[in-house]
Design a protein. Structure first.
Length: 135
């Protein structure tokens, strides 16, 4: 089904990235999946798929700069991110994960540390999606 996705990411240096885009939403084995195409020039031809269940959020990006993250409250999970300098292993320490499902809507709030080569960056992601009908 069609959806409208808004993602707001805040990084510890107060950099804010926010965008709204069209998405495709589906449910498989109790997990809601949101797929969308990145629209910025630096991520041209990049597709992202987010999986959301009550306790776990996954983010997988495919294209020029692939990434794979798993967010699970109170846990540190291994991930990967590709950059201009190559592929890097990351640890994702999820400090807060709130998932709210509504009729035709979803809201996710994530607070986490991204640990890359010993350095940590504190991040927050607020994701909201409306879906169903003729959006």
């Amino acid at each position: 089904m069609k959806g409208k996705l808004t993602v707001k990411s805040v990084f510890d240096n107060d950099e804010v990235i926010e965008y709204t885009t069209d998405a495709t939403v589906g449910i498989h084995n109790g997990t809601l999946f949101i797929s969308y195409s990145e629209d910025s020039e630096s991520y041209a031809d990049t597709n992202t798929k987010i999986g959301v269940s009550k306790d776990v959020v996954s983010l997988n990006r495919f294209g020029q700069f692939p990434a794979s993250f798993l967010f699970s409250k109170g846990q540190t999970q291994k991930g990967k991110i590709s950059t201009l300098i190559g592929e890097l292993d990351v640890d994702i320490n999820t400090q807060k994960l709130n998932v709210e499902f509504g009729k035709g809507s979803l809201r996710v709030l994530l607070c986490y540390q991204m640990i890359i080569q010993g350095g940590a960056s504190t991040c927050r992601m607020d994701l909201s999606c409306t879906f169903g009908g003729d959006r």
